[in-house]
Design a protein around this ligand. Sequence first.
Ligand code: ARG
Ligand code: ZN
Length: 415
Amino acid sequence: MKVLLFFGLVAVALADVTRYEGDKVFRLKPVLDEHVTLIKDLAKNIEVDFWSPEGAELVTIDMDVDIHVPAQYLNIVFTILDQNDMEHDVLIEDVQVAVDGQADGGPTPRAHSYTKYNNWNDIQSWIASISSSNPNLISKQVIGNTYEGRPMTLLKLGKKSSSSKPAIFMDCGIHAREWISPAFCQWFVKEALSTYGSDAQMTSLLNQMDVYVLPVFNIDGYDYTHKGSRMWRKTRSRKSGSSCIGADPNRNFNAGWCTLGASSNPCSDTFCGYSPESEIEVKNVANFIRRNKAIIKAYITIHSYSQLLLFPYSYTYDLAQHHSELMQVAQGASAALRSLYGTRYTSGPGATTIYPAAGGSDDWAYDLGVKYSYTFELRDTGRYGFLLPESQIKPTCEETMLAVKYIAAYVRKNI
Ligand code: ARG
Ligand code: ZN
């Protein structure tokens, strides 16, 4: 009886979880205008989950287009690709297999680990324990709650000081499915605490500056990728009148809002929201940065995937006022990153390096006056995409540390 009840509960719990059996991820190579039109039409007619770029409106000629296609549409997609001679590869043969190969699930619940993709519960307990572990170097504050009421806890790393220090702000997990991103913020905090006093660069950084770390920006979305749909990207806000949930937090900042590379359709994955900062998570972060703009000298935001180091602008093709300096620092950071395992990154302004897209946090912070504003797109380049195996967490975080520390050292010496 007990056993039956148990299985009954498991079945209920599983009922809401999106499964991806037989789904595939394709890389399409549109080389003709007709190919681009075809991809956009496909997106209108069947349920396509855009991995890169993140929406049909961002597709242009000669770019790699990675799309996740549900099993039920495979026949039609194969037929269309063949009929139109569009070059394509299959990146992932079975999305569910890749999800299972990565997942947090399994029979026994796992404890927090820096080399696993921790769920929100575990990250929340980790935040509480790590911030009380070393009161001389770390403190926490809640900058507001998410739409579903979860506290957005910001960690402050730095040697205690009586006067206010210049600071760096870094966030992870703006997009829910980019799991390597929150893993990096946790890694960064651990490394900062464990190498302070032994690593010269980290010691000078935390002596002279404070580093604010927001481990998960879009907590509601992140939690949903663990419990509901692994491929969720947006927030989880609702509005009466639309059955579609959430907006893209990285299209919701007040920087050329919704003019370009964003969608005004609430059902789109790149929905810009109903107004700038309509998403409470965006408003909470923007309010914190506005309140502290006198001390915040750098803004770093961590995404995946593509191996890019981007800086403003993305909402316009115009070059940023500090373009050459931003480029020089990005190239130095990429070289540092590459020195460890040979991982290659491309640096440049968002609009030309990835695609034009307005409403991003990097452009917004830059226009507010935070000169050193960078977006990382971590590993990989599409072999696993968002489903990067846990075995790659450690090398990815180690190499990314070198890039972030390079930027931090540059900022520290140039303020
Ligand atoms: N993949 C990221 C996104 O779509 C790139 C962000 C680059 N910056 C920007 N402001 N669009 O959000
Ligand atoms: Zn992202």
